[in-house]
Write a protein that binds this ligand. Structure first.
Ligand code: ZN
Length: 269
């Protein structure tokens, strides 16, 4: 399995996801011969088939929060990955509300599918989990519902998925050093929301994290209307960093942006 990042969807708000103007199947990360599936929203199975991803190969599912566009297909993905529990396997890393819910929130995960997994891990922000040779750190967010971001540190590259959040002091710092930074930029420059990022926030975060590549995705209807490619170019101009607006089905080789690999290669000369 080659290292790869595949976008099974880039849609953000309920308008874009509701009409499937952009897909919402989550993000696949392949590293160290393992397959990670982040935030499987509506249509995850359909998009996996469409973009040649075999969900049976999922090692680990990571769900940042209990919103429909991030978690709706969690049960379907577990079913697909385990043959509905005939082959009990895989790990789910997520928070309390997704796995157990609370007094006001029904969990997206059904008990039957919880039991199809080899293991589930309930996490909060600022924790570390080891999956094989990969370290996954959970990072803080502010989204009006319990939520976490993820930072992957693999032997070959590092990647951050900041997840849905408003901008706050201390949001970007835990992601420093990531080669690839995936930002859920729901809104274009000048459009503010109390729970999500816009392009101006993306500039601030990129200037602190200083990744090799920043990817904007999880696009809302105002972002689609403003043109994500234009927004990406404007962010790039203000950060002197390569910025891409993700498209559905886009696949990236993370090793092209790895600073640790580059150092290793230099050492050989
Ligand atoms: Zn959300």
């Amino acid at each position: 399995m080659l290292p790869q990042i595949i976008f099974l969807g880039t849609g953000g708000d309920c308008f874009v996801v509701g009409k499937q103007l952009r897909a919402s199947g989550g993000i696949i990360i392949r590293a160290e011969d393992m397959q990670f599936h982040i935030d499987p929203g509506p249509g995850a199975l359909v998009r996996a088939e469409q973009y040649d991803v075999n969900l049976r190969e999922n090692t680990c599912i990571l769900v940042s929060h209990n919103h429909l566009n991030h978690a709706n297909d969690i049960n379907a993905v577990i079913s697909s990955m385990t043959h509905a529990g005939l082959d009990k396997k895989g790990v789910l890393i997520s928070n309390r509300t997704v796995i157990n819910g609370d007094n006001n929130i029904d969990p997206m995960l059904l008990n039957f599918y919880k039991n199809c997994l080899e293991r589930y891990i309930i996490v909060k922000e600022n924790q570390k989990i080891g999956v094989g040779d990969i370290e996954i750190r959970t990072t803080p967010t502010k989204h009006g519902i319990e939520n976490i971001g993820f930072k992957f540190i693999t032997p070959e590259f590092s990647l951050s998925y900041v997840s849905d959040t408003s901008y706050f002091t201390g949001l970007a710092e835990p992601h420093k050093g990531s080669d690839i930074l995936i930002l859920n930029v729901v809104n274009p420059s000048g459009v503010n929301s109390k729970t999500n990022l816009n392009s101006d926030d993306a500039v601030k975060i990129i200037n602190i994290v200083k990744p090799k590549l920043a990817i904007i995705q999880h696009l809302g209807i105002k972002m689609i209307e403003a043109d994500p490619m234009y927004e990406a170019r404007e962010i790039q101009k203000k950060t002197y960093t390569q910025v891409i607006a993700a498209k559905d089905g886009m696949a990236i080789n993370p090793l092209s942006y790895s600073s640790s690999l580059r150092q290793k290669t230099l050492k050989n000369y």
